[in-house]
Write a protein that binds this ligand. Structure first.
Ligand code: NDP
Length: 418
């Protein structure tokens, strides 16, 4: 190991930058770039070995009508077409009467896992007999959540095979995501298991499965809305239904179908200061519930109505965790006018459905490239160094070419500059 990195975590961001510059040969300009973006506030305290702040663009999607309430949705993403597609999809769904969203349940699950269990029934019986005592231990471990009207709800066991047993705790975490309070409760239960049942635990941690925190969005679009000519509209509806069906049959397609949904979901989750890796893991696990990886949404055509449904596990929070340390989150909550975690869950699943509708419609009509073209060309223009003033003109010129590349973009940019 390079001795320069010894005790790296104890250095200030400036010292770390100097070490990197020296050992990796960063130029003056590169160092300035990193330094300019470094935060003087709380960011250095959020992570280890802080160097700078990596910025992503934030925009707002508009036109969202969810449960007859209009929303402006903050989204953080680097992908050029996501916000345009979300707004466009939302507009068409609003014209159809808007999205209806519901929350089926909002509980967090955690696990205390035991190993080397010889007789599963001995653990199962003991936990069943002591469940009130164990729930009380969990309550005492984090009493403030009980005062807020939440707290531990159920405790039961599952035989995982090969001598492993999971003791599953569900907790009403109120407005928080709840990871830390859950882990505190699980560790308290693990202590009891160790002291009273005399069984060593392997680990205790929340589950990110989120299957007890489900939100569903549905929309019903009159077919005639999908194109000017009714027969064309019916063809579009049929093709959306077929595209959705393929995502149920073919996991290779389902991955891309779901990626399109998560384009919107992740962007809102990030803007709202929540853990998008947890939401991603939960969504993909949910997509494989019956053993085959499938599309998370489904579209059906009946009686000249195209009906779309999306259910997602969304164990998110509107207080605690990063929501209180990232300064933009409170403002984003205000922009979206979010008043509860349930409302945020419903908005996120609605964004996923609108994003999915926009993607499927583009895919089965003009093709995805046409809609993306302007954004892609703008990105290409920027990637070859076009300034904010030069970018619109270069984008226009690139759009006239059939499949422009970096060399052509550079050449055109040089012509503009002549
Ligand atoms: P916190 O530890 O911040 O706990 C929530 C806080 O919000 C508590 O201080 C609580 O107060 C306060 N609070 C205020 N009002 C309410 C309310 N109405 N309902 C509930 N709580 C309220 O965060 P979480 O326990 O939510 O954990 C989330 C964090 O854990 C995230 O940063 C996440 O990234 C991280 N994490 C995630 C893991 C994962 O696997 N996904 C694993 C480990 C951590 P009080 O204390 O008075 O109850």
């Amino acid at each position: 190991m390079n001795a320069a990195f010894s005790q790296f975590y104890k250095r200030t961001p400036e010292q770390r930058l100097a070490i990197l510059a020296k050992t990796l040969g960063l130029s003056e300009t590169e160092q300035q770039e990193l330094q300019q973006r470094a935060d003087q506030g709380d960011a250095p305290l959020l992570i280890e070995n802080y160097l700078t702040t990596y910025q992503l663009p934030e925009g707002v999607a508009v036109n969202f009508l969810v449960n007859q309430h209009e929303y402006v949705v903050p989204m953080v993403t680097e992908e050029p077409s996501v916000i345009a597609a979300a707004s466009n999809g939302a507009k068409q769904l609003a014209q159809a009467g808007g999205i209806t969203a519901t929350v089926r349940s909002r509980l967090l699950t955690g696990q205390v896992v035991l190993s080397d269990v010889r007789v599963y029934a001995s653990i199962d019986d003991w936990v069943a007999l002591h469940q009130n005592e164990l729930l009380e231990v969990a309550r005492q471990a984090h009493p403030s959540i009980v005062k807020r009207g939440g707290g531990p709800q159920t405790i039961r066991t599952r035989d995982l095979g090969e001598g492993f047993v999971s003791i599953d705790l569900t907790v009403d975490v109120q407005s928080a995501m709840g990871a830390n309070m859950m882990n505190t409760m699980l560790e308290a239960i693990a202590d009891v298991i160790q002291n009273k049942l005399h069984h060593t635990t392997l680990f205790s941690i929340l589950s990110n499965a989120g299957d007890q925190s489900l939100a569903t969005a549905t929309v019903s679009i009159p077919v005639g809305q999908l194109a000017n000519d009714f027969d064309d509209a019916k063809r579009v509806a049929k093709r959306i239904e077929q595209a959705s069906r393929i995502a149920q049959l073919d996991s290779m397609r389902a991955v891309t179908h779901n990626k399109g949904i998560m384009n919107g979901v992740d962007a809102v989750v990030l803007a709202m200061g929540n853990d998008w890796r947890a939401i991603e893991s939960a969504a993909h696990a949910f997509a494989v519930t019956d053993g085959q990886y499938r599309g998370l949404s489904q579209w059906h055509l009946t009686d000249n109505q195209l009906t779309g449904t999306l259910t997602l596990p969304l164990p998110i929070g509107v207080v605690g965790g990063a929501t209180k340390v990232l300064p933009l989150v409170a403002i984003n909550q205000k922009i979206a006018q979010i008043k509860s975690p349930e409302e945020l869950m419903m908005l996120i699943v609605a964004v996923g459905l609108a994003q999915n509708f926009a993607a499927l419609k583009a895919l089965v009509t003009s093709g995805i490239q046409q809609g993306h073209m302007k954004m892609q060309m703008r990105s290409l223009a920027m990637s070859v160094g076009a300034t904010a003033v030069e970018t619109p003109a270069l984008t226009q010129q690139l759009m006239k070419l059939s499949d422009p590349n970096e060399a052509q973009a550079t050449q055109l940019l040089n012509q503009i500059r002549e």
